[in-house]
Write a protein that binds this ligand. Structure first.
Ligand SMILES: [Zn+2]
Length: 192
């Protein structure tokens, strides 16, 4: 998915943070579980964490990245801030940040309790969302669009698991472990 915003890079070096190793592990697990299927040379799905609590900057997987084992340092980009109205993302890294960076940014801004956001694609979750009583957005919106961001924010409330209609899911957590385990649990329950 190509990005629908303009990225202003403050630095072209990839971010350095010890927790990136943990994020790499979750990228591998999501890939292994089929939660980030391949698409157009990359993978559908994007994972991020907030290194410093209560700041809105975060580290996220790059755009058009194939999520797999042994990701290199340039697979991750730090987003410092977003200007959603003007469609500008301020970032540092060697690649474009994920096309859903605006969505991650607005969720971190709205929810100080959330420090990890994992987005994946999973057919059984979409198919069984209502039966399993999951929170679902009111209508389908284009990937990476500001309409999608608004659609999620209008129903986000204090949910930690959100299904984006006909698209994918967002698993949110106070840390990466909570977000990741939640995604794997719902995936398991919907795949039974
Ligand atoms: Zn998606």
């Amino acid at each position: 998915m190509r990005v629908s915003f303009t990225t202003v890079f403050t630095d072209t070096l990839p971010p350095v943070d010890p927790a990136i190793e943990e994020l790499k592990g979750w990228c591998r697990r999501f890939h292994d579980q089929g939660l980030t299927p391949s698409y157009d040379g990359g993978s559908l799905g994007n994972l991020s964490f907030r290194p410093e609590k209560r700041k809105n900057s975060f580290i996220i997987t790059a755009s058009q990245l194939e999520l797999k084992d042994n990701l290199t340092a340039d697979a991750f980009v730090r987003v410092h801030t977003c200007d959603s109205n003007r469609g500008i993302v301020h970032a540092s890294g060697a690649r474009e940040p994920s096309s859903e960076s605006m969505l991650h940014f607005e969720i971190y801004k709205a929810r100080s309790d959330i420090n990890a956001i994992f987005h994946g694609h999973c057919a059984p979750i979409l198919e069984r969302a209502e039966e399993m009583d999951l929170a679902v957005t009111s209508r389908e919106e284009a990937f990476g669009s500001s309409a999608l961001v608004r659609r999620v924010l209008e129903m986000l409330d204090d949910h930690t698991f959100v299904v984006m209609k006909n698209h994918g899911f967002l698993a949110l957590g106070a840390d990466m472990e909570s977000a990741g385990e939640l995604a794997l649990r719902v995936h398991g329950e919907c795949s039974r």
